[in-house]
Design a protein around this ligand. Structure first.
Ligand code: SF4
Ligand code: SF4
Length: 421
């Protein structure tokens, strides 16, 4: 599709806005600042002015307020007019990227995630540093200590037995799945990949390994770096095209990556990408399709926090709750604000730390005030695990963070499911 036609299609998603303001209470940045220009309605006004050429794309105030958007899309489900805010923002961010150069920090981060030869050794070193225990020991409130808290929060749950894969139970009616490996998930969160493989195998899914994968490109796409997002998406479509013919599904255990992979057909605009995208499922969707089978008792209080890119972008709500509900004696709660963004939003927390922390503080306050206080916050996205985990450490709250499949995996170990075959 020609660029101008594609841009109009993106802007058109904003056309239904009638400025009613119903979306304002759902917007974390508006709740943090109270500034209309930091609300969905205010930003839509700015984006319309940008499209019409009434405000230039390098206008500092325009850039500030559109950059400050988390891209969480919490404004979409509450909109009675069906405004496609995310599509409009995607178009606006591309226009901003064409007219303004990225900051040094943004360029450096996007370059690292663009190339596996950069992110793989970097995250491997970070994992080694994490294993010294220093990040957990030094985590706290200041910027550097908060970053250390984010790294410490990538570790497996304290009581989790990390060990090698155990032989899984295999039902006879198994289906084939290809696992999307990703960047941080394959390095800092490799324990979640192991848990994903084991819990899926225990529910009747056979795993196909797929070589030649890259980072999903979501960080680039959200920043307006469309060329890098397309290049990474093409590499993944090439890697998965053949596997997609053999596999029933492509499974993703990171909500942000899953939303991006499901959107590859739109991004690349070809049938091959659409065919790959059509097979993508969040791990919770596949587990919920099988129940999932129950495990051993885990009598702990768990607060589920819904990742924006799972609930708003993928519209997956019930499946993660079904995963957690398969764990006997686990007491599951949904706290007020559990559907609100945590402030992570890809690389947002690194580029806008003050706003990201203001948004996070609202969530941490809810968790700290909860009765009973949760033992664990469960959420299915790496950025959320790091952001919420660091926020809890900074607040001195003894609450762990975990991916729902980590908890199911632990429950299966307790039930002896993996060694029963
Ligand atoms: S985006 Fe939707 S909810 Fe928000 S002001 Fe526009 S029409 Fe109203
Ligand atoms: S995407 Fe999130 S931060 Fe941006 S306007 Fe919508 S609700 Fe607010």
């Amino acid at each position: 599709m020609p660029a101008a036609e594609r841009d109009r299609a993106g802007w058109a998603a904003l056309d239904p806005c009638v400025h009613c303001g119903f979306c304002l209470p759902a917007c974390p940045t508006y709740l943090a600042t109270g500034d209309e220009s930091d609300s969905p309605r205010g930003r839509i006004m700015l984006m319309r002015a940008l499209e019409r050429g009434e405000i230039p794309a390098d206008d500092p105030a325009l850039v500030e307020h559109l950059d400050a958007c988390l891209g969480c899309r919490g404004c979409e489900p509450v909109c009675p007019s069906g405004v496609g805010y995310g599509r409009g923002l995607e178009t606006a961010r591309e226009a901003l990227a064409r007219a303004n150069s990225f900051s040094f920090r943004a360029r450096a981060i996007l370059t690292v995630f663009r190339h596996a030869f950069l992110w793989r050794p970097l995250f491997t070193l970070a994992r080694l540093f994490r294993s010294t225990g220093l990040p957990a020991m030094l985590a706290g409130r200041g910027d550097t200590r908060f970053t250390l808290g984010m790294l410490a929060s990538t570790a497996p749950m304290a009581a989790h037995a990390a060990g090698p894969d155990l032989p899984p139970f295999r039902p006879s009616d198994s289906r084939s799945i290809a696992i999307f490996s990703g960047c941080v998930m394959s390095t800092l969160f490799s324990h979640i990949h192991h848990a994903t493989r084991r819990t899926l195998a225990a529910n009747g899914y056979d795993v196909i390994e797929v070589r030649g994968q890259a980072c999903c490109g979501a960080l680039h796409e959200h920043a307006g770096d469309r060329a890098s997002a397309e290049a990474l998406a093409r590499q993944n479509v090439d890697a998965f095209a053949e596997a997609a013919e053999r596999a029933d599904f492509i499974v993703v255990n990171s909500a942000g990556c899953g939303a991006m992979l499901k959107d590859y057909g739109h991004l690349l605009g070809d049938e091959r990408a659409a065919a790959v995208a059509a097979k993508v499922r969040d791990v919770s969707e596949l587990l919920a399709e099988r129940g999932p089978r129950p495990g051993g008792a885990l009598p702990i209080d768990v607060a589920y926090d819904a990742p924006c890119h799972l609930q708003h972008a993928q519209r997956v709500h019930a499946a993660p709750l079904a995963v957690l509900s398969a764990i006997p004696e686990l007491r599951l709660t949904l706290l007020p604000g559990s559907d609100k963004c945590c402030g992570s939003a890809g690389i947002y927390s690194m580029l806008h730390p003050a706003m990201a922390r203001a948004v996070l503080d609202m969530k941490v306050a809810e968790l700290g005030a909860a009765v009973p206080r949760p033992d664990v916050v469960a959420t299915g996205n790496p950025g959320c695990l790091m952001q919420i985990g660091a926020g809890l450490r900074a607040a001195g709250l003894p609450i762990d963070v975990a991916h729902p499949v980590e908890l199911l995996d632990r429950s299966y170990r307790l039930a002896g499911i993996y060694i029963s075959s």
